[in-house]
Write a protein that binds this ligand. Structure first.
Ligand SMILES: [Zn+2]
Length: 165
């Protein structure tokens, strides 16, 4: 099976790691391609089996594939495009850490080290930026309203002055 074009895989994952979300920009270059089901476990080069992944996530996952016993325990690596990730873990906005909602989520986070200090810091920075952007937008709206009030009052004063004249 010919391997799909790297450009297509990158686009499919919005130029960011399917597992941790780290972008090409933050990595400073092209990321790697992970076989969700590794070749050693029968995985192939089909587009759905290829996950765009940063070097760290790829290293942590390596050739992991669950054994029959592990599958019974719901241990497996989530597929970024085929699993509903929000069912398995959520982001704690206060701590910047991913919190498991299922056993699968817990296993996935642990195997891929998705609470690496750098990722947590990045999530917190991102969160802070969003809060600040929200505050900035609010301030801009308030400034706009004040400017409108000032304009209206200036008009009112001008009208009063005309009456006095
Ligand atoms: Zn990653």
């Amino acid at each position: 099976m010919p391997r799909p074009d790297l450009a297509l895989i990158r686009q499919r994952y919005a130029f960011a790691c399917g597992y941790c979300g780290g972008s090409e920009v933050s990595a400073g270059g092209i990321l790697t391609v992970d076989h969700h089901c590794p070749m050693s476990a029968g995985g192939d080069d089909s587009l759905d089996n290829l996950v765009y992944a940063c070097i760290r996530c790829n290293q942590h996952k390596y050739t992991y594939w669950p054994t029959k016993e592990e599958i019974k325990l719901s241990f497996r690596v989530l597929h970024p495009l085929q699993d509903v990730l929000a069912q398995h873990y959520r982001l704690n906005l206060q701590t910047g850490r991913l919190e498991a909602l299922t056993e699968t989520g817990r296993f996935h986070i642990t195997l891929l080290h998705l609470n690496r200090p750098q990722l947590v810091r990045h999530r917190l920075t991102q969160q802070l930026r969003e809060v600040m952007e929200g505050k900035l937008a609010l301030l801009e709206r308030q400034i706009h309203e004040l400017e409108e009030t000032i304009t209206a009052q200036e008009r009112y004063i001008a009208a009063l002055e005309e009456q006095i004249d």
